[in-house]
Ligand binder design. Structure first.
Ligand SMILES: Cc1ncc(COP(=O)(O)O)c(C=O)c1O
Length: 427
């Protein structure tokens, strides 16, 4: 009943691909993960056996209706939603957020205030800036400490006022990897009567997520970051969603979640998302026994997926520790995130770094030449990159391990960097 890396890796066909005999090392996971076999199979099954529009009187349509219900239930399990009706599917997190901002904006009026963060991906910033501009709202900014890479919550207290209506915060940063204390932020917001919109795109692939415990009003994530297909998902608190006026066409459903699921959905995307949740459940059931007890208040798949996330995160912490320690030994490297070995609970394994005098794209290209896939740039975390002072120099290099990565892959990458960086210095 222990984490079985070989069994996990065998489930991902992409991990077996080689190029001229050279394996691929996928460290671009924060930008999108590989998928297990069952995700591919479920999507193919959907397209072959239930490729129809919804609510028809015939077999394929009825089958896809059932699949859609299953997918909502699976996401309710993953996020511990009170009901599958609170799960809204959409194209991706950005599109869902742009869409929801129109409906949420209908509750706001000129002079109201919203709080945005300097750490977030622009998908949880840009839509709200546009909403604020349209409605004449005041935007206040929650900074983070650029030494600790964390928010200081007394700064949030100072921003909250009688006019605050909404706080938009990320649960984990796609640049620094910091896990934010969204539970405390939501508690502060709730006691001030303020709505909360949590971007959990980077936390859901790594951390057990419980929307009821966190106490937020909205949470968004993306299945392609958690081993599923390109698919966005929103959870919204029923009472809050029911207060909104959905932007929808007239014949579309009036009730949640259908009123927010505009047009014809990606049924195959929902199928793949369902399979991704079931993949976590498989890990929970077959290799996460030690972690079940903490989730005894859940049962069945819900208990398994939450236990699985804790099991996977424990494994990932080892990779993060190895990666950070190795990076810190390289010349001129500065890790742009939490590094202390006893603070790994406060970060996901996504590690960004800069190198004095080096262009991040060049480093990523040198790694790519060795079939090591990493991201470089500001990674759409525009405010965070500016706050860290790395925006103008091209951002950073981001290495993002997940549970299917190996310690050997980290070694290969660190060795490659050892080779690349001094050469780049000479050039
Ligand atoms: C933290 C975070 N939020 C939002 C997004 C946008 O997600 P999507 O591609 O589903 O719109 C990303 C994508 O990288 C992200 O990392």
């Amino acid at each position: 009943m222990q984490f079985d890396l070989d069994a996990v890796r065998a489930r991902f066909p992409a991990l077996a691909i080689t190029d001229a005999g050279q394996p691929r090392i996928y460290f671009d996971n924060p930008a999108g993960t590989q998928v297990p076999d069952s995700v591919v199979e479920k999507m193919a099954e959907c397209l072959i056996e239930s490729n129809a529009n919804v609510h028809g009187e015939f077999r394929t349509s009825q089958k896809v209706d059932l699949l859609i219900d299953d997918a909502h239930q699976a996401m309710a399990d993953l996020l511990n939603a009170a009901s599958p009706d609170e799960i809204v599917f959409g194209q991706n997190m950005t599109t869902i957020t742009l869409h929801m901002s129109r409906s949420i904006g209908r509750l706001l009026q000129q002079g109201d205030e919203i709080i945005l963060s300097r750490m977030d991906h622009d998908a949880n910033v840009g839509p709200w800036l546009m909403m604020a501009e349209d409605l004449g709202l005041t935007v206040k900014w929650l900074p983070f400490n650029t030494e600790t890479f964390e928010f200081e919550l007394d700064k949030l207290d100072a921003l909250l006022s009688e006019k605050t209506r909404l706080i938009c915060i990320g649960a984990a940063s796609n640049l620094t990897g910091t896990i934010n204390d969204v539970k405390s932020i939501c508690a502060k917001a709730r006691s001030a009567g303020v709505m909360t919109y949590i971007d959990a795109v980077q936390s859901v692939p790594h951390v057990s997520t419980d929307v009821q415990e966190i106490g937020c009003d909205f949470m968004v994530c993306s299945a392609y970051k958690f081993f599923g297909p390109h698919q966005g998902i929103l959870w919204g608190r029923r009472e809050v969603m029911e207060r909104l006026t959905p932007y929808k066409v007239r014949p579309a459903p009036e009730e949640i979640p259908g009123c927010f699921e505009t047009g014809t959905q990606s049924h195959e995307g929902m199928a793949g998302t369902l399979a991704a949740v079931n993949y976590f459940s498989w890990i929970g059931e077959t290799m996460s026994g030690h972690y079940h007890e903490k989730y005894n208040h859940f049962s069945g798949r819900r208990q398994y997926v939450h236990a699985a996330m804790d099991c996977l995160l424990d494994y990932e912490k080892g990779l993060a520790r190895q990666l950070i320690t190795g990076l810190q030994q390289l010349p001129g490297v500065r890790v742009q995130g939490i590094v202390s070995a006893d603070s790994l609970d406060r970060r996901v394994p996504t590690v960004s770094f800069t190198v004095d005098g080096q262009n991040p794209d060049d480093i990523a290209a040198s790694l790519a030449a060795r079939n090591i896939f990493v991201w470089s740039g500001h990674v759409y975390a525009v405010e965070a990159a500016r706050s860290l002072g790395i925006y103008d120099a091209g951002g950073g290099v981001r290495i993002g391990p997940v549970h299917y990565n190996t310690s050997a892959e980290i070694d290969v990458t660190l060795n490659a960097l050892t080779d690349i960086l001094p050469r780049a210095n000479v050039a």
